[in-house]
Design a protein around this ligand. Structure first.
Ligand SMILES: *Cc1c(COP(=O)(O)O)cnc(C)c1O
Length: 456
């Protein structure tokens, strides 16, 4: 077999033409979204008030294994895809490990992350439906940036509610979004009922993703010609992100490589879900065995310490409810948490797979994450996003285990993005002022107590 290059690229002609829908191969399907008032499953007619029609169809589609990628989206993908699959020769050498490490790098576009893969799809369907624009929330800013890029390309209006603490700490992200024509509002704001209510209940709050979601949903449902779009968690987003896994698999197949272990960071679950989907499909169909690990912050441990129940997806309780591993919709990670992945819940697809034992989860503390990020940056050249660095941490830990056991495992991890806008966090790390925080059981119990009872 030929020598494996540092970077494996696919030809344009080898790029996937359809997304893969892992739900088609799941025996236990993810539980349906339910109405937060009636607790009844939400169908097409009800969901289309919030989301674009075609995206609702994708959200409800548990049966079609492949869904064709429209040509205009495929052409947009060609501007920044296929993304490279990198053999981390330099990291392997630095760790002195017999493990073979690969990473799929999604930071090669201006948004700096994988989020553009779903942003362009969601904007495309909004445009195809003749809508004027879309609303959304953004935390660290990658999703808002990705969506503003996609909307600029298609000529759609884009309103972004940005978690206030990020709005203030990440002015450059904000300005990238405005450069692409988006309007950016710090959340909570006084522009919505739910924002005004949250400001009254929690004066001085620096905001949360859950709260920004509520504002964006209200803005969409109260403005003619607008719909809400979401950058993670939903099954449609995992579907779009399957492009990451499909390309990875195609690149590996080209060289006859089979990963033993696939690792990804997990916030709402979209990059991990997308990366593992085609591999998970093989496992669900009984064709192959793999080990999958979701990595989350110890300060926001939804899979490793959350409850698998129906919960609100947002603080204002205006969104559909999802059955997922959750810390409670009012959970806000401690203020010293700098490393992203701060959403209280997890994708219903990944939650179900985790519940059924197909996926493992591990939580890591942020100083250990930045140790890994720094080591990786110095040997592989890429300055990773803090979120991505959760996966780097566990990939390194697993490679070091191989050094002890002599196992030549093949490890694949998702390098979801770059960290240029996260230099305040890197500064804390470099100054030695970064601290770790693990919520106590009492704190989590307090948050669990706010989860509503649902008989479903
Ligand atoms: C948003 C984001 C994540 C986490 O979101 P998921 O939906 O869990 O993938 C991870 N890495 C980067 C760079 C991100 O922007």
């Amino acid at each position: 077999m030929s020598e494996i290059p540092y970077k494996i690229y696919l030809e344009e002609s080898e790029m996937p033409t359809a997304w893969y829908n892992v739900r088609a191969d799941m025996k236990n399907k993810p539980a349906p979204l339910i109405n937060p008032g009636t607790h009844q499953p939400m169908g097409f007619e009800e969901l289309r008030g919030v989301f674009c029609d075609e995206l609702v169809r994708q959200e409800l589609n548990n049966t079609d294994r492949y869904i064709e990628i429209p040509e205009e989206i495929r052409n947009f993908y060609k501007m920044y895809r296929p993304s490279p699959l990198v053999r981390a020769y330099c990291l392997e050498k630095a760790l002195d490990t017999p493990a073979k490490i690969y990473y799929k790098f999604e930071g090669n576009n201006t948004s700096g992350s994988h989020k553009l893969n779903s942003a362009i799809a969601q904007a495309y369907y909004a445009k195809a439906q003749g809508l004027k624009g879309v609303t959304t929330e953004t935390g660290a800013g990658q999703w808002g940036t990705a969506l503003s890029m996609a909307c600029a390309y298609l000529g759609l209006d884009c309103k972004v509610y940005m978690v206030k603490v990020s709005y203030e700490q990440k002015p450059f992200r904000r300005e990238v979004m405005r450069t692409y024509g988006a309007s950016v509002t710090p959340s909570p704001s006084d522009t919505t009922n739910v924002g005004r209510q949250i400001l009254a209940d929690f004066p001085g709050t620096t905001g949360s993703l859950g709260c920004a979601i509520s504002e964006a949903v209200e803005a969409a449902t109260s403005t003619e010609g607008y719909r809400y779009v979401l950058g993670s968690v939903l099954s449609q987003v995992l579907l779009h992100q399957s492009i990451v896994g499909l390309e990875s698999k195609a690149a590996m197949d080209k060289y006859g490589i089979k990963p033993d272990l696939i690792i990804g960071c997990a916030g709402g679950g979209s990059n991990l879900g997308g990366l593992i989907s085609p591999f998970m499909g093989e496992m669900l169909r009984g064709e192959q065995e793999y080990e999958f690990i979701a990595v989350e912050p110890a300060s926001c441990p939804s899979l490793t310490r959350g409850k698998f129940v129906y919960d609100f997806c947002d603080t204002g309780n205006v969104c559909p409810m999802a059955k997922m591993y959750t810390l409670g919709s009012r959970f806000i990670p401690s203020p010293n948490h700098a490393g992203g992945l701060r959403y209280h819940g997890m994708s219903s697809i990944l939650s179900q797979l985790y519940h059924d034992g197909y996926l493992k989860a591990r939580s890591v503390e942020q100083t250990a994450v930045f140790d890994a990020a720094t080591k990786f940056a110095r040997v592989e050249g890429i300055l990773p996003a803090p979120e991505s660095s959760h996966a780097i941490r566990v990939a390194m830990d697993e490679a070091l285990k191989c050094k002890e056991t002599g196992e030549e495992k093949t490890i694949l991890f998702g390098l979801t993005g770059t960290g240029y806008f996260d230099m305040v966090a890197y500064e804390q790390y470099n100054n030695g002022t970064m601290t770790d925080y693990i919520p106590t059981d009492e704190e989590l119990e307090k948050s669990f107590a706010q989860i509503p009872e649902v008989d479903a």
